[in-house]
Design a protein around this ligand. Sequence first.
Ligand code: SF4
Length: 262
Amino acid sequence: MPMSCFNSLNKMPAQYYSHGDFLKVNFGGFVPLSTVDWRGRSVCTVFLRGCPVRCTYCHNSAILTGEDFRDTEEIAGMIHDARLLISAVVFSGGEPTMQRDALVALAAKVKEMGLFVGVQTNGVFPGTLEMLISRGLVDRISLDIKARWERYDNLLKGNFVQNVQKSLELCRSAHRSGDLPEFETVVTLFRGYEDEVQHIAREVGDVMLVLQQGVQGNIRPLSLAEMQAVADRIERPVKIRTREDGEVVYESNRRRGVACQW
Ligand code: SF4
C-alpha cells in the first residue's frame, strides 16, 4: 500500500468487506507449525499483507504490497485444522495491525478455539492494539523498536514515532495491570549500530528488551558474544536471538556474569 495512504496514521486503517459477506483479510501467508515465533510454544503463524514502513532489511518484502483477499472464515479454517499441534497463533506480516477489523475478528476466533494470541507489530497502529487489549484478545505483543526516537522518522521516512511511542505506553501499562500477560520490545541489531542500543534501552524504560541479530546482504551479522558485549554496556537483563544460538536470556556480566539458555 502506498505511503500516501497513511498521511494520517492516527486514523484507523481501511477495512475490507465484500458486499456484506464475511469480513475480508488481505492475506500474506500461513505457517501451520512454528517453534520460533513464540519461544516455548508451538504455534501457527498467520501473515497479513501490507505495511506502511519500508525497512531495508525486511525479510517479508514480498507481502508488503499487493492483494490476496480471503474470507476471515477461510483463515480461521486453516487455524482450526492446525489446532491439535499448537497452543497459540501468532499474527505477523507485513503489519498485522494495519487490518484492524480483520485482525480483531481473527483473534476472537482464535480465542474461541481456546488458543493464545500473539501479535508481532511495528506499533504504527496503536488503535488496533488498544482494541485487542481492551477486548482481552491478545496474550503477547512483540513491539519492534527500529531506532532511538530522534532518528525514527528520518530513518523510516514517515511520521511514525508518536504512534510507536503511544503503542509502547499502551502495552507497558496493560502489561503492568495484567491485561497483557506478555510484552517485549525487539531491536534488530546490525553491525555498526551497536551504540544505538544504549539510547533505546533508556527510552523504552523498564520493559523486556530483545536484541535480535540483524541479517542483511553482505553485512557480517553480530555474533552472540558481540551481542552480549552490547548488553554488558546497558547493564540490564535482555534476551538475545541469533540464528546460530537461538534465544538466550542474558544478564550483564557487570551484574552477575551468567548467561542461561531460554
Ligand atoms: S515494519 Fe516489519 S514488515 Fe514492515 S517493512 Fe519493516 S520489517 Fe518489514
